[in-house]
Design a protein around this ligand. Structure first.
Ligand SMILES: C[S@@+](CC[C@H](N)C(=O)[O-])C[C@H]1O[C@@H](n2cnc3c(N)ncnc32)[C@H](O)[C@@H]1O
Length: 361
């Protein structure tokens, strides 16, 4: 690697050894889908209880819990060293390993933010009928430490969820159909390929465009593929040559979203402090424009100094909104709507658009 930072590369190698070549604090986010440790005590079964075909794969063989824990501690230690002080890590696991992962993460100083339950909309049934159908996996989301000023794109998550706060239980399908990579025999290329929707949510929630995302267990390349699609950078590590090849081909097929479409809904504190009047001055919302409340029951006219008038009442977008609804206060940005190209649009969109332009610039 000759000391160069291997951004946008899928590296073939052992993850611990390879991570040791990366500088301290050099990645913004980590997504890790480590071996599940399924083969302990002859347990040749996946979390969904299907027999683990094709996992003569050495990647899931550990002699005992101590060996698994030592490996886990080592890769997590390296991951923490590489992670930016304000970065976050996602580690996904099943009941086989997630409790061990979580305890080791806390021991190493990670600060757990959430455990997300990925509820599978189409889980494999429990064929033997001796346990509940295992219908979820757990994602541990943690900051590098308790003081980390980590990124959480709260508004973007809310927008993704029809304007309701995103909860910690995610209902998403398993990776099936065309999304599932096949080998030359038409069989699943990788036994644990994660769905793109899961990585989409992870990346939109916790990273910005152009952030660097590390995946130490790349597998079929779901993380780098989604990172590229969403305009993030990636470094991925995988030791199995067939998976490296398939992941590189997959990422090469992926299109990067054009830069003007990358910005997501900014956090309120990141909203530019743009006075409403400046949209009047620039003609984005010229004097004389009619504004309405959401139900179109109230109406006001924009005046040249940026105040609104409705009948004999006049005030700022916030003050008039409060006066007309007899409320103690009102966020005028989200209260008022205008018509644009036949659409009824919240005036806050103007601020969001100017923020998006800044991000691109
Ligand atoms: C659970 S799978 C990851 C699947 C991936 N998230 C996807 O969507 O395809 C774990 C992967 O880590 C790889 N792996 C296991 N141990 C490794 C190690 N020590 N270094 C590098 N890769 C490793 C395995 O070959 C396997 O492809």
């Amino acid at each position: 690697m000759s000391g160069e930072f291997p951004v946008d590369q899928i590296l073939r190698g052992e993850c611990i050894e390879t991570m040791k070549t990366l500088p301290d604090g050099s990645v913004d986010c980590i997504f890790a889908d480590p071996p599940y440790n399924l083969q302990l005590r002859g347990e040749l079964r996946r979390p969904d209880e299907t027999v683990v075909d094709g996992v003569d794969d050495d990647w899931d063989k550990f002699a005992d819990y101590a060996t698994y824990d030592n490996f886990t501690r080592e890769w997590l230690r390296e991951a923490r060293r590489i992670l930016h002080k304000d970065g976050t890590i996602w580690v996904i696991g099943s009941y086989h390993n997630v409790f061990r992962l979580g305890a080791i993460m806390q021991d190493l100083g990670f600060w757990i933010l959430n455990d997300i339950v990925w509820r599978k909309s189409n889980p494999m049934p429990n064929f033997r009928g001796r346990r509940f159908t295992n219908a979820h996996e757990t994602l541990i989301w943690a900051a590098r430490g308790p003081q980390s000023k980590y990124r959480f794109n709260y508004q973007a998550m809310k927008a993704l969820n029809d304007d309701l706060q995103m909860r910690s239980d995610w209902y998403l399908p398993l990776c099936t159909g065309n999304e599932r990579l096949k080998n030359e025999h038409g069989l699943k290329l990788h036994p644990t390929q994660k769905p793109e929707s899961l990585l989409h949510r992870v990346l939109v929630a916790s990273t910005n465009a152009n952030d660097v995302v590390l995946d130490p267990f790349c597998g079929s390349g779901t993380t780098p593929a989604m990172a590229k699609r969403l305009g993030r950078h990636y470094i991925a590590i995988e030791r199995h040559p067939d998976y490296v090849k398939a992941a590189r081909e997959r990422v090469a097929r992926e299109e990067r979203l054009s830069s003007e479409h990358l910005a997501t809904t900014p956090a309120k504190r990141e909203m530019p402090r743009i006075p409403f009047g400046s949209f009047v001055e620039t003609g984005a919302l010229p004097a004389g424009t009619l504004l309405y409340d959401r139900q179109k029951r109230l109406k006001a006219t924009v005046t040249p100094d940026g105040t609104l008038v409705s009948g004999n009442q006049r005030g700022s977008i916030h003050k008039l909104g409060a006066m007309l609804t007899n409320a103690p206060s009102c966020n005028g940005w989200t209260f008022w709507y205008f018509e644009r190209d036949g659409q009824f649009v919240q005036i806050d969109v103007l601020r969001q658009e100017s923020q998006a332009l800044r991000n691109v610039g």
